[in-house]
Design a binder for this molecule. Structure first.
Ligand SMILES: [Zn+2]
Length: 96
């Protein structure tokens, strides 16, 4: 992974997922996931590191390898946090 995420907070009780591009399998980010529900969004502060520089503003996330869009930035309603909504079927995840 090329970029550490300076916004990262350690999330207690989380496990780490490797999120990769659903088109070309290129690794996108290591993410701290809480609970066993499906992965719908990634909070910026839970991203550990990635091949995208998460310290910068991105309106959407594109795979750095094949350039396909895999997520869209938004602010969560409940807690007003920066997050990326993952597009269904456009990413893979794996517990590491
Ligand atoms: Zn890709």
């Amino acid at each position: 992974m090329r970029y550490k995420n300076p916004n990262m907070k350690k999330i207690r009780g989380s496990h780490i997922l490797l999120v990769s591009c659903g088109y070309c399998k290129y690794p996108i980010a290591k993410y701290q996931k809480v609970g066993n529900s499906g992965l719908i969004k990634m909070y910026n502060e839970r991203i550990i590191e990635g091949n995208i520089d998460f310290s910068k503003y991105h309106g959407a996330l594109f795979c750095p390898n094949c350039k396909e869009q895999i997520a869209t930035r938004y602010i969560t309603k409940r807690d007003k946090k920066e997050a990326y909504r993952l597009h269904h079927g456009k990413f893979n995840k794996k517990k590491i």
